[in-house]
Design a protein. Sequence first.
Length: 480
Amino acid sequence: MSFRINTNLSAMSALSNVNSTADQIGMSINRLSTGLRINSAGDDPAGLIVANSFKAQISGVNQAITNSQNASNYVKTAEGALSEVNNLLTSARSLAVASANTGTMTAAQVQANQAQLNSIVSSITRISQTTQFGTKKLLDGSSGVNSSVTNGTDLTSLSIGGTLGGAAISANASVVVTVNAASTQASVTSAVLGGGSDTAVVGGTPGQFTLNGVTLTSTATDTVNGLRDKINAVSAQTGVVATTGGTGAITLKTTGFGSNATINLSDSTGALRAAGAGFTTASGVDGNATVTVGGNSALFTASVGGSNGLTFTDAAGNSFSVTNAGNNTGVANATVGQVIVGSSQFQIGGNAGQTTSLSIGNFAASQLGTGVVAGSSLNNLDLTSSSGATNAISVIDQAISQVSTARGNMGNFQTNVLDSNVRSLGTAVQNMTATVSSIQDVDVASEMTNFTKLQILQQAGMSVLAQANQAPQAVLKLLQ
């Protein structure tokens, strides 16, 4: 063993251990103060990945529970309205049975029954037209309207809801578009540069110009094509592309369409010498189109729902997006999509594809009671004759059966699909939360035991470090 004064290896080793213990104490304090075993990725990289994956899943499942509860309220709203329709049909049936008793009924009494029946029929139609969940109508046949693109040459997307032009869409139909005016791009053309040749040197005094907030410089050695390329190099920032056509002029055009697509060119040095005395501005023009679905039509305008000017929307929020080919007044009476009135779809799971659907249908008086008496529905019953009253009983019985069946389907959907799903997802959330807790939460008892051990190690280390620092003093005895 050698004795040295300048280098105290024992003290250095003791200090290293004390520092390591101090780091562990800091980590232990952090865990105890936050209640988390993983406070940063360095604590447990694999555990962090797994925990965050479960957290994302838990968030999705919680939202799916909310979706299921909202869907249940949606169904309850429709079923509650149909319950009232059932009550009205019961009253209507009593009137029909009474009117069929022609032996005792007077003409005035029959007319009174007919008037009351007409009022009931009007109420049923009113209920079918006004029952809503938020802004979605439930009983007019528009619930569950789905739209799809059938002409990909002209359209990239199509979204048509339950109403168009203020009227409900209650039957499957084609979507027909007529472009009345195409959306245009903003355009500015420079003066002729370089003596009429795209490859010639621009010449003149070098200068700067600002295009949609981006400043560029034209030099005395730039060719027309070279200056064009400078402009195109920043097109992602400006939203403007430049083209040349052999004439020595540069044409600036926006990548977007419609009124939101603008060119603001500040050219006080005359680098491009575009018209406008140093400052030139131009904007595109919004297009518009007429959309027809069945017997409903509405005017759609561009740029309201999309900044690129190729997305057209109407007042009800319906929309479609056109391709460059579709942005053309030559598109007239073109069938571009299809609307299908079917089932309302509900996302009831935390993952893609975990959906369910419910078909409600149209419960207007004209749609009830059909199929039992030729040409008859709830909407055209006549109680003023014996045969009419008899037919009315059959039609109303059919209507009661239709409404009751629909209510039964709704009840089944609510109880056996939605409510069951909520309970199942609740259990899943509980178990996944327990898994995240086991991965990420700290075991306080175990950590406190570790913390106590580290405190003792720290105290012992400090004591040993003090002793190690005193060790070189033994060398002094050799100098005496």
